[in-house]
Design a protein around this ligand. Structure first.
Ligand SMILES: NC(=O)c1ccc[n+]([C@@H]2O[C@H](COP(=O)([O-])OP(=O)(O)OC[C@H]3O[C@@H](n4cnc5c(N)ncnc54)[C@H](O)[C@@H]3O)[C@@H](O)[C@H]2O)c1
Length: 259
């Protein structure tokens, strides 16, 4: 194992880690030696994700809980740490609320706003609040926040105002938190994603002009995979990432949103 990318002995917690992007992130972190705590609000997804990582020879524990519930987060992180040791790496990946509706702002209401703010802002803050004190005390830690291009640039017709608000809001918090914890050996960064592989069917069917427009601006004509995001997490969370904090890195095939 190349020492620059070695995660042996580290414990990584990935929220929403049971499928798609989160699962890809867990696969890479496990492959490079981390014990991965697979969180998901859907217990079967958490279990299946952890089984997937173990089948590939990794070490993984399923810990289902809802990241938007502060008390559940505190209790579940404590329980996980009892089993596998303190969390060294947190990847705040869960960010699409189950049943969430992206609507034009004027057609929306507080009930449709809240899930995007809850999961992206409160959920991510709950998680950081649970693990950062231990990281600071031990003098080492890594947090990666998964965001979206929607936090920086609007997409015409996406109905993504609240999604964008949640992503931009947590990116702002991340930069401040990075300043607080940096002197204690803890880095906090954001990866802002573009279109992911799970949208391939939508693109191939031509059913969404909004997605087509974003795809049209994807210079590499490459849809992101969980592993693409996982290898970026590996960079940020391994010794190779020691010099990077408070940043937002865009992983999007060079997409220029809104073209
Ligand atoms: N899919 C894309 O094209 C795309 C683009 C840009 C950014 N992103 C971001 O990437 C991240 C992952 O997206 P994805 O497409 O893999 O999502 P996904 O919905 O396929 O998977 C996310 C997982 O999170 C879980 N989850 C939902 N609410 C939760 C909660 N309250 N607590 C714990 N787990 C919860 C779900 O059960 C699901 O298994 C999100 O933050 C999303 O905003 C995705």
């Amino acid at each position: 194992m190349n020492a620059h990318f070695d995660l042996k002995g580290k414990v990584a917690l990935v929220t929403g880690g049971g499928q798609n992007t989160g699962l890809g992130i867990g696969r890479i972190l496990a492959e490079y030696g981390a014990t991965v705590v697979v969180n998901d609000v859907v217990p079967d997804r958490a279990e299946a994700g952890a089984a997937d990582l173990r089948d590939a020879g990794g070490s993984a524990l399923a810990v289902p809980f809802d990241i938007t519930d502060y008390d559940q987060v505190t209790a579940s992180v404590q329980a996980a740490e009892k089993e596998v040791g303190p969390v060294d790496i947190l990847v705040n990946n869960a960010g699409l609320p189950i049943g969430g509706q992206m609507l034009p702002f004027l057609d929306s209401n507080p009930d449709t706003w809240r899930p995007y703010i809850d999961i992206n802002i409160f959920g991510s803050l709950n998680m950081m609040h649970a693990v950062l004190p231990g990281m600071v005390e031990r003098g080492w830690g890594r947090v990666v926040q998964i965001s979206s291009g929607s936090g920086s640039v609007p997409s015409r017709g996406l109905g993504g105002s609240m999604y964008g608000a949640g992503k931009a809001g947590i990116e702002g918090a991340v930069r401040h938190i990075a300043m607080e914890v940096g002197p204690h050996g803890v880095t906090v960064n954001t990866l802002a994603l573009g279109l992911m592989e799970k949208l391939r069917e939508t693109i191939e069917s031509g059913s969404s002009p909004v997605i087509d427009a974003i795809w049209d601006g994807n210079i590499m004509q490459h849809l992101g995979t969980g592993e693409d995001v996982g290898t970026a997490c590996l960079w940020l969370c391994s010794p190779a990432g020691d010099f990077v904090t408070g940043q937002t890195v865009h992983l999007n095939g060079g997409s220029y949103f809104g073209r």
